[in-house]
Every structure is written in C-alpha cells, then in structure tokens.
Design a protein around this ligand. Structure first.
Ligand SMILES: Nc1ncnc2c1ncn2[C@@H]1O[C@H](COP(=O)(O)OP(=O)(O)O)[C@@H](O)[C@H]1O
Ligand SMILES: O=C(CO)[C@@H](O)[C@@H](O)COP(=O)(O)O
Length: 536
C-alpha cells in the first residue's frame, strides 16, 4: 500500500489528489492561477511558469492537510496539464516568455500555412491529425512566437509542452538533451510519430518559414509513454511541495487523456471530458485515419493502445459567457434548467464561439443562435447551448464510428457533468444511448493512477483502474425526448456542414473574417486622434 499524488493542471487551477493506491481517494486541494486575456484581442491567452509553480506548492500542501497525510508518506507524483500549452525556453530551460495557453488562438495564419504546405508536400503527418494542423498546436505557436519576438529568437533553446516543462522543473533537468518528452503531447500536437521517424523532416520546416531553419534539432530528448519514469523529485522542490526528495515522476500527458483513464476508459468507450472545452477521448487496438479528428497516436492514453482525440473548442467557456452577459454566473443561471423540455426554446445554437476543433477544424467560425424572439432569456440560450454542444458531440461520435472507433459506452467525465445533471440527461437524449457519469470528482484520478504505476503499486493500468476509479451513475435516454432531438439533430447537422462551408452556399468563417477585419479597422484611432498625438 502507498499514498500517491495526482496533479492536474487545468485552465484556471491546479488540483492535487492524494490517493491510497489500494483503497482510493484520500483528499484533494486546488489552487488558482491567472489566465491573462486581452479584451482587444480575444485570441490572446497566456500564463506564467511562476504562477503555476506557486499554485502547485499551495495545492500540494492543501491536499496533504485535507487528507491528513504526511509529505514523507507520498511515494510518487504524476502530472497532467492542458495542451498545446507551450513555453519557449532558453539556457538552463528557463522560460523566455509566458506560456501560449491551449486557448491562445493567435497563431491562425501560421496554422494555415503549415496545413497548406503539408498537403502540397504530401506530408503523411497531416493525414494522421485529421487533415488540418490546428492554430491550438505547438508548431503554429512556435512560429508565431519566432515572428513576433525577433529580439529573443537567438536565445531559443527549445519549446516545451506544459507537462514536459513541469517534469523537467521538478526533476531538475536543465540540459535539453536529457529531456523526456510526452508522446501524448508530441504525438497529438507536434506531428511526432515513429511511423515517419519522429518529427517531420527539416526540409518541410524550412519551406514553411526560414525562421524554422534548424528547428528539428532543437527538439532533443527522449520521446516516451507515461509508463516511463521522467526523473526524481529534487531536494529544492521536495522542500517547496512538502514532500520527500527522490520520489519518481513519470512522463506526463494531457489532462483530458488522463481524465479519461481516471474515469475508467477502456477499449469500446468514448469519454467526453466536459470542462472549459470538451476533449473526446477513445482508445483502440488499431484504427484507420479519421478525417477531421485531431489525432490518432499510438501510446498517447494507454501505452499499449492507440489513443484518439477530438473535441469542442469551448463548452463551459460558452456557458460562462452567456451567464456573464446576463450579469450572473453559470451556477445561478442553471437553477431551473430541469424544467426545460427538448427543443422547447425554439433556439438552435451552433456552439462555435471559440471556433471549431473537430470535425471542420475552422478557427474563424463564431457562435450562431437561430430563432430569437423578443421574449427569449439568457437561460433559454444556456439550455440551447447545452443542446448545441450535445449535437456537436453526436457529429463527432458519428465521425469516429465511421473511422472504425468502437463506441460501445459513452462516459461524461471532467468537471461539468458533476455539477450539471441536466447536461448529462440532454446528452443521453441527443445521443439516444445511456451516458455514464463517475459518481464523484474524477479529475485528478488519472494522474493518481499513473503515479501508482510509477510507485510500482500496480502491474498495469487495468489493475490500477479497478481500485482507483469510481462507480458510475447512469443517465438513461428518454425515447420521447430522443425522438424530438432526432428531428432537431438533422437540422443542426445540415447547418453545421452548411454554415461550415462544406455543403452550403455560405461559408460562415469567410463572413466572420470580414466582420473581424472591419471591426479591427473601426477600432483604429481616427486620423484626428492620431494627429493630436504627433509631436509638432
Ligand atoms: N453548474 C454548471 N453547469 C455548467 N457549467 C459549469 C457549471 N459550473 C461551472 N461550469 C463551467 O465549468 C467550466 C470549468 O470546468 P472544469 O472541468 O471544472 O475545469 P477545466 O476545464 O479547467 O478542467 C467553466 O467554464 C465553468 O463555466
Ligand atoms: O486540448 C486539450 C488536450 O488535448 C485540453 O488540454 C484543453 O482542451 C483544455 O482542457 P480543459 O477544458 O481545461 O479541461
């Protein structure tokens, strides 16, 4: 028996869960950190390394206290983070800048350039990431940084995903050759795959932009699955976290992937990790390429299986925006949602407020609500948005099934299904199948499971999952509600592909791009304002 610590870095906070690896959860604590946004640029989203490390120290100490466990008794520690959340580092792997968080969407044109050239050059990697290289992913962000930070370019030693930076920091790695890099992170977001010898060839990068000259050589280190130990906790960080030095830390991964493991995911399951955004995770023994699905990567979830990732670029973020515009919060606005019947609002909500991550993969799409009348309320819109995310999820699950991914059980994991039973019921009604929800907070259990493997307490994931995962509550579909949603879904699907520019006359992203261009022009200072500021 051992106590292990599972660390989960979400978008706004870090959660530390302490687990008895033969009995289950003992206690947890969270600590928040700021997300830097700019009102004048909604695409901007950054965070700082120091804030992450301070929050980790607070959360770890809080978890030890809440579990009544002594730091010396913690046998291993594992860390998952959001991604692509990327930090550019210099000498000694010191950050040169803030993290570009996963929801930083500044690198749209870089993503388009990479996608275009990848198709022109017949790069195999582009097929394995669904046909589009995303503005959320590593190389788009790195190129954006290189273009916008000429004074720091020469200092760049390498770029690191948040999970790899955490492992390097806590284990004292400062030499880029000794880095361990997560196959989950590098496979899903950086086009790394042993199939084509790791990263794409340097000639490809040089053609994207001469600023990428020599970039492949900067991605040194060992690329590994999370059953490999990244290193051992240094004395400095042991002191800061209140733990003993020398405990093992495995190679990290993305939050959603480990959340899926923590929710009990096995082959045949699809796990919707519903939080700020939604990540849809599945595993298979083997699979075909799946158009529009943003990653098929061997070893990215379970080291022995192929991991598949898809998702929605915003879910909770949209609910929060609807509540904020009505001067309230999501918890308050959700009170009474259980009275709503399927389609009752007359609104149909395309939840593209942060673009489309899967299956269209279009950054420039924006949210659409059809059917407004003069009496509609913010709560009506919230309900329609929940329905919209469920319809979008169904589109993705259908695409995954077409690609040969078995969809036998649907699990709703992540934070929101724990707070919003209406959402789980709407998902069951829209999908027309039972939705399983862990009976308790599953976030952080995945990282505890990987920590327990690092501590040597369990021989494999299955046996760790059997002890640590929670039982399920089941939301059964209501046939009458499903029949209504069947009709609405057909409308939603037609609009999704129509407005999305696949099958219809209006490519909404082109219209929205034009709106943004005009808005930017209108925000520029008027000539008279400029003249006032010019020294005479
Ligand atoms: N009662 C609720 N119903 C629906 N969404 C909620 C509710 N309470 C909070 N949220 C949303 O949950 C999101 C956070 O999700 P969570 O899973 O806890 O974190 P993360 O995605 O960062 O891991 C926020 O976007 C917030 O708006
Ligand atoms: O995209 C990924 C993982 O690939 C996530 O890290 C990202 O969507 C953020 O997840 P959360 O919604 O904060 O749980």
């Amino acid at each position: 028996m051992a106590v292990v610590a599972g660390v989960d870095f979400g978008t706004l906070s870090v959660r530390v869960t302490l687990v008895d690896d033969h009995k289950g959860p003992l206690g947890l604590a969270t600590a928040e950190y700021p997300l830097h946004r700019k009102r004048e640029n909604p695409d901007y989203a950054t965070q700082t390394h120091t804030h992450h490390m301070d929050a980790l120290s607070r959360a770890m100490r809080g978890a030890l206290e809440s579990a009544g466990v002594k730091g010396d008794d913690v046998a291993a520690l594992a860390i998952d983070t959001t991604g692509s959340s990327v930090v550019m580092v210099g000498e000694g792997l010191e950050p040169l800048d803030e993290y570009y968080l996963w929801c930083d969407h500044r690198a749209k044109s870089e993503a388009e350039e990479i996608t275009r050239l990848a198709h022109q050059e017949g790069l195999e990697a582009i097929q394995w990431c669904g046909g589009v290289y995303s503005h959320e992913w590593g190389f788009s962000k790195l190129l954006h940084w290189l273009r916008h930070n000429p004074e720091k370019r020469d200092l760049l030693v390498t770029a690191l995903e948040h999970c790899d930076m955490m492992a390097a920091t806590l284990t004292g790695v400062t030499d880029p050759r000794l880095l361990k890099r997560s196959i989950c992170a590098m496979g899903h977001k950086w086009m790394w795959n042993p199939r084509w010898g790791g990263l794409p060839p340097q000639e490809f990068f040089s053609k994207v932009d001469p600023l990428f000259e020599g970039i492949r050589d900067k991605f040194t280190g060992e690329y590994a699955t999370s059953d490999v130990i990244a290193g051992h906790l240094t004395s400095y960080w042991a002191e800061r976290l209140g733990l003993q030095p020398g405990i093992p830390i495995p190679v990290g991964a993305f939050d959603a992937h480990w959340d899926a493991i923590g929710a009990g995911c096995r082959v045949g399951d699809v796990v919707n990790v519903v939080g700020t955004s939604t990540c849809i995770i599945a595993m298979a023994h083997d699979t075909n390429l799946i158009e529009g699905v943003c990653g098929v990567v061997p070893g990215s979830v379970d080291p022995e299986l192929v991991g598949i990732e898809a998702g929605l670029s915003a879910t909770g973020d949209i609910f929060e925006a609807i509540a904020r515009r009505a001067n309230t919060n999501v918890r308050e606005l959700s009170k009474g949602l259980e009275q709503y019947r399927p389609g009752q609002t007359g609104l149909l909500r395309l939840t593209w407020d942060n673009g489309d991550r899967t299956v269209l993969v279009k950054a420039d799409l924006g949210g659409v609500t059809l059917g407004w009348n003069l009496l509609h309320t913010a709560q009506d819109e919230l309900f329609a948005a929940i329905e919209g995310t469920a319809f979008h999820t169904r589109i993705i699950l259908e695409r995954m099934a077409e690609g040969g991914v078995p969809v036998e059980r649907v699990i709703n994991a992540g934070g929101i299904p724990q707070h919003n039973a209406v959402l789980n019921q709407v998902y069951a009604n829209v999908l027309g199948r039972p939705v399983l929800v862990p009976n308790g907070i599953p976030t952080g259990l995945g990282s505890s499971i990987f920590a327990s493997l690092a501590a040597g307490s369990h021989p494999d994931l299955d046996s760790a999952q059997a002890v640590i995962c929670l039982p399920f509550r089941i939301f059964e579909p209501d046939p009458a509600a499903h029949a209504v949603y069947e009709q609405l879904f057909q409308q939603f699907k037609a609009l999704y592909f129509g407005f999305g520019g696949v099958s219809g006359p209006v490519a909404l992203d082109h219209v929205l791009r034009d709106l943004k261009r005009i808005a930017a022009l209108s925000s520029e200072p008027a000539p008279s304002d400029v003249a006032e500021r010019v020294p005479i």
